[in-house]
Unconditional design. Structure first.
Length: 194
């Protein structure tokens, strides 16, 4: 990135759009993304900004999401249409690009795939995906395992996170997004070739 982003302005926008809990989560993910970027050699400013903005539309209503999809020309696939939990990543990426005018494909991609992951993720996208799992505010059952793995190996943490997500979705009887399946298959097949 050429110049340091106006983080304070983005924080004000976030505070106007998010609940206090979600705003706190965004700050925690931004900090964790920056930390992981520094540890693993990614752009720490981009990582911080992607972490800060990753949930910018999380608290939008169904109507707001549908309006954004229409305005931004976003077509949902069959799984996305019935899985509202995925909408904020899709609309959020569109919001960052079209409303905030952040023209950075890496940041756009990281936000877009922070819930589903996808095959061939960039280092920045992988870092945001894992930062969302391991940020300081997270308190799910296996969070200590995830935090340990993320400091040991991005690849091991990624496999664990994808496995955790897939199991959780299947246990709840939900549909798996093909991006998640493709990401999982790619990383598993990569390991089987070693």
């Amino acid at each position: 990135m050429c110049k340091t982003p106006d983080y304070e302005n983005y924080k004000e926008i976030l505070q106007s759009r998010l609940t206090p809990k979600r705003y706190h989560h965004s700050l925690c993910v931004a900090d964790e993304a920056r930390r992981l970027a520094q540890k693993y050699g990614a752009d720490s400013e981009k990582a911080y900004l992607a972490g800060l903005l990753h949930d910018i539309t999380k608290n939008a209503t169904e109507e707001e999401h549908l309006n954004m999809f229409g305005t931004f020309g976003i077509m949902l696939n069959s799984v996305e249409k019935v899985t509202e939990k995925l909408w904020h990543a899709i609309s959020g990426a569109g919001y960052v690009k079209n409303v905030l005018k952040i023209e950075d494909d890496e940041i756009f991609d990281a936000i877009r795939y922070h819930t589903t992951a996808k095959a061939d993720m960039s280092l920045l996208s992988l870092i945001l995906y894992l930062a969302d799992f391991s940020s300081a505010d997270r308190d799910y059952e296996d969070v200590d395992v995830m935090r340990s793995l993320v400091d040991k190996s991005l690849e091991e943490a990624y496999i664990y996170a994808l496995s955790y997500t897939i199991k959780e979705i299947v246990d709840k009887g939900g549909a798996l997004h093909l991006d998640t399946v493709n990401a999982y298959n790619q990383i598993i097949l990569k390991g089987s070739k070693n």
